[in-house]
Design a protein around this ligand. Structure first.
Ligand code: SF4
Length: 386
C-alpha cells in the first residue's frame, strides 16, 4: 500500500467535483480566471506515439531548466490557483527530474491545498512512480490499445529506429502492471483514450482493459490534428457520435467516464447532437468537461520560461515567467482576437464554448458568439476585459 500524503481539507475528486473544469471558476468569479497551470518538465520520451500532441517538441537531449523557485514565485502570485498539471514528454524519464522538480512541485501544491495531476506513459520502473504517488492527486495515463501489438504500432510509429515486438510487449506489460500496482496502492489513476480513426470501433474493448487495470476514471477525447496528429485522418461528426454511443452502451457504469473537448454543443440545430448530449447528461457517473486550455489554464515551459495556451502550440508564446506575471499573461490572452472568437458562455448548458482546435476542425465558419443554448435569454458572448 502506498503511503498517500493526503491533504484532508480539500474535497475528494469525483464526478461532482472536477477542479479542472473552467465552468467552476467562470461561475464563481463571473469571468474566466486563471486557476490552473500546466508545467512542462521534460521534452524527453522513450516513446514516439503517432498522435503525440507535443511530438514536434520531443528531443533526445535537452538543456537545463530554470530554477524551480522562479516558477514557484510566479505560482505564488496567482491568487485563485487551484490545480497544477505536470507534463512532458515523459515527466519521469529522468530520475533527477522526479526528485528535484516533480516532488518539490507536488509538495508545494499539497502545502497550498492545490490539486495535482501528472501526465505520464508509466512505462518507466514502478519505483519512480511510487516515489511520486504520495504527493499526487491524479495520475493521468494514455490508453488507446487492445493489446501489445497495437501499443507497438501506435506508440513507436514516429520512432527513428524500428522497435521490436519483444521490447514493445515488455514495455506494454510494464505499463499495465504499473497501472494496476499504483491503483491498488490507492492512487487515482485516470486513463485517457482518444477517439480517432484507429480506436473509434474498439473503445468498448479499450474500456474493459482500463477497468481491469483498476483505473478510477476513463477520460475520452476526440483526437484533433495538431503536432504529430496533424497528418492523421480526422473522424467526421457522425463517426464520433456513433463511437460515443457504442462506448456508452458497453461501459461499466461504476467507473467515472469523463468526456472532454467534444465538438457537440447545446446550441446545435442537429437532432442527433441533442440526443447525444441528453444521453451524456442522464448517464450515471458520466461528466463532460469544458476545455481548460486558455479558459482557466496556461502552460509554462520550465526550460525557457515561455507561457503558452496549451492546445495551440503553433501560436507564439504569450509571455515568459522571467519577466511576466501569469495573471497578466492570462489577461492578455483573454483579450486576444483569437480568444474572443470562442468567448461564449451558456449557463443553462454549463458550457463555455469550443476551444480553438475544435472550432477550427469542425466549425470553421461558425460564429459561436452569436449562438445560444435553448433557454438562454440573451446572447452568449462573455464579458471580457476592456
Ligand atoms: S456556450 Fe457557446 S458553444 Fe456552448 S452552447 Fe452556448 S453558444 Fe454554444
Amino acid at each position: 500500500m502506498i503511503e498517500l500524503d493526503r491533504n484532508t481539507a480539500v474535497p475528494e475528486i469525483c464526478p461532482d467535483y472536477d477542479p479542472w473544469d473552467p465552468i467552476n471558476s467562470l461561475m464563481r468569479y463571473g469571468r474566466h480566471t486563471l486557476t490552473s497551470v500546466e508545467v512542462t518538465v521534460s521534452h524527453l520520451c522513450n516513446m514516439r506515439c503517432e498522435h503525440c500532441a507535443v511530438g514536434d517538441s520531443l528531443v533526445t537531449k535537452e538543456g537545463d531548466m530554470l530554477p524551480l523557485d522562479r516558477l514557484l514565485h510566479r505560482l505564488e502570485e496567482i491568487s485563485h490557483l487551484e490545480t497544477i498539471s505536470i507534463t512532458g514528454g515523459e515527466p519521469a524519464f529522468r530520475r533527477d527530474t522526479v526528485r528535484n522538480v516533480i516532488i518539490p512541485l507536488l509538495r508545494y501544491a499539497r502545502q497550498r491545498g492545490l490539486r495535482s495531476q501528472l501526465n505520464s506513459n508509466i512505462t518507466m520502473d514502478l519505483e519512480r512512480y511510487e516515489e511520486i504517488a504520495p504527493y499526487l492527486d491524479v495520475l493521468h495515463i494514455s490508453h488507446n490499445y487492445t493489446g501489445a501489438e497495437e501499443f507497438r504500432e501506435i506508440g513507436f510509429a514516429r520512432a527513428e529506429n524500428p522497435t521490436g515486438n519483444g521490447s514493445a510487449a515488455r514495455l506494454y506489460e510494464q505499463m499495465m502492471n504499473n497501472a494496476r500496482a499504483l491503483a491498488r496502492g490507492g492512487l487515482f489513476v485516470s486513463a485517457e483514450s482518444m477517439i480517432n480513426y484507429r480506436t473509434h470501433e474498439k473503445l468498448p474493448d479499450i474500456h474493459r482493459l482500463i477497468v481491469e487495470m483498476g483505473c478510477k476514471r476513463h477520460e475520452v477525447h476526440p483526437m484533433y490534428p495538431s503536432a504529430f496528429a496533424r497528418h492523421l485522418p480526422v473522424l467526421g461528426l457522425d463517426e464520433l457520435r456513433q463511437a460515443i454511443h457504442r462506448l456508452l452502451d458497453a461501459r461499466d457504469p461504476s467507473v467515472w467516464m469523463l468526456f472532454g473537448t467534444l465538438p457537440f454543443f447545446a446550441c446545435t440545430n442537429s437532432e442527433e447532437d441533442r440526443r447525444l448530449l441528453e444521453r451524456l447528461k442522464a448517464a450515471p457517473q458520466v461528466t463532460v468537461r469544458n476545455d481548460p486550455d486558455g479558459r482557466n489554464r496556461l502552460n509554462v515551459s520550465l526550460f525557457d520560461g515561455n507561457v503558452h495556451v496549451t492546445d495551440f502550440a503553433d501560436f507564439p508564446p504569450l509571455g515568459n515567467i522571467k519577466q511576466d506575471r501569469l495573471e497578466d499573461v492570462f489577461g492578455t490572452w483573454l483579450d486576444h482576437s483569437l480568444s474572443r472568437t470562442v468567448s461564449c458562455h451558456c449557463p443553462t448548458a454549463s458550457c463555455c464554448g469550443p476551444n480553438l482546435l475544435v472550432k477550427d476542425t469542425y466549425y470553421r465558419n461558425e460564429d459561436f458568439t452569436r449562438r445560444k443554448a435553448p433557454g438562454e435569454v440573451s446572447g452568449s458572448k462573455l464579458v471580457l476585459p476592456v
